[in-house]
Design a protein around this ligand. Structure first.
Ligand SMILES: NC(=O)c1ccc[n+]([C@@H]2O[C@H](COP(=O)([O-])OP(=O)(O)OC[C@H]3O[C@@H](n4cnc5c(N)ncnc54)[C@H](OP(=O)(O)O)[C@@H]3O)[C@@H](O)[C@H]2O)c1
Length: 302
């Protein structure tokens, strides 16, 4: 069923021809050498046949023994053979050698060029993948930003929220419960008290920032991420400064887009759709508990 494929010869046809030519030429030279040896032995034999054995002793032409003509005739034939191998043979002429050499050199040049292009392509791919890795090296798996923002990315004013949306708060609670919630010092101070059932990680530049027991205070976002490392889904919950810092690290954004514009002093950074892909969108109408229309949207990093 899975018959083996016949292997295609890897030897180049031109190279093969060159090898065949070289073999042919070796044979030609061998034959010429054999001819020369046979000629020498034959010539000696003819001389002995005539002078020692007396064969055709009385046969002379123009007063010269017949074997001299025989040897001269053979010599002429040998010279013709020699001429054929070293002068007229296409395997021996200088032009042919140069042509073959030029072919070989050109072939190697083409191969070198191909290899160069291949190496350049590979270098480019490696460079691109290094740039890609560099660009993506900050991303933390499952680090999720959760935010509610107006149509112009408004998120707060005077260190407070600018709307009250019951279902948004419910969703915030449902998603973040049991997890680490990472926030800026100002957002933390906007809460009346720490939120239940969540590990608070507060970022502040202050060396001795005092927080209630159980609240973890760190001095950088990197330290906050480190604290939440074992969590399956740590959340960045704001505010504006921390969202901006955390966006390059996040792999997911849960955003409640409030479909209105607001007077605000704090904003969420623009979501770059070349980097982020919207994967979910649920619209929520205005009602007695919700003064504005809004949509729960999920973005995943591309
Ligand atoms: N709509 C929403 O979903 C949402 C969510 C959260 C918050 N918010 C709103 O956002 C506003 C608060 O945001 P914000 O931007 O003013 O403040 P923030 O981001 O909550 O906190 C800023 C503070 O974080 C600390 N910090 C910032 N960068 C730091 C760094 N690189 N290293 C160490 N510490 C750093 C500093 O604390 P220190 O000054 O102590 O050094 C800084 O003052 C409020 O209006 C709040 O209601 C809205």
């Amino acid at each position: 069923m899975f018959g083996k494929k016949k292997k295609k010869s890897q030897i180049d046809q031109e190279q093969l021809q060159l090898i065949k030519n070289a073999q042919h030429r070796i044979k030609q030279k061998k034959r010429l050498f054999t001819h020369f040896v046979v000629f020498l032995i034959g010539a000696v034999f003819l001389i002995i046949a005539n002078t020692v054995l007396g064969i055709g002793k009385d046969t002379k032409f123009f007063g010269i023994n017949w074997f001299v003509f025989a040897i001269l005739g053979w010599l002429f034939f040998f010279l013709y053979h020699l001429f054929n191998v070293f002068v007229t043979s296409k395997f021996m002429s200088k032009d042919w050698e140069e042509q073959e050499l030029a072919k070989l050199v050109n072939k190697q040049k083409v191969r070198i060029e191909k290899l160069k292009t291949q190496i350049e392509k590979e270098d480019l791919t490696i460079a691109e993948s290094e740039v890609f890795q560099e660009k993506n090296s900050k991303i933390i798996n499952n680090l999720t930003i959760i935010v509610a923002a107006g149509e112009h990315n408004e998120i707060g004013k005077n260190n407070d929220l600018i709307w009250h949306l019951r279902d948004d708060l419910k969703r915030f609670k449902a998603l973040t419960s049991g997890h680490h919630i990472i926030m800026g010092r100002k957002t933390f101070e906007s809460f009346p008290k720490p939120l239940p059932n969540r590990t608070h990680v507060v970022i502040s530049r202050q060396a001795n920032y005092k927080a209630p027991e159980g609240v973890i205070v760190v001095n950088s976002l990197e330290d906050a991420i480190q604290v939440g490392k074992k969590d399956t889904q740590p959340f960045i919950i704001g505010g504006g400064e921390i969202y901006k810092l955390a966006l390059p690290y996040a792999s997911k954004i849960e955003i409640t887009r409030v479909h209105s514009t607001f007077d605000a002093d704090t904003f969420f950074p623009e979501i770059d759709t070349t980097l982020w892909k919207e994967t979910a969108n649920t619209f929520h109408k205005k009602d007695d508990n919700h003064e504005f229309e809004f949509s729960f949207m999920t973005y995943l990093r591309k």
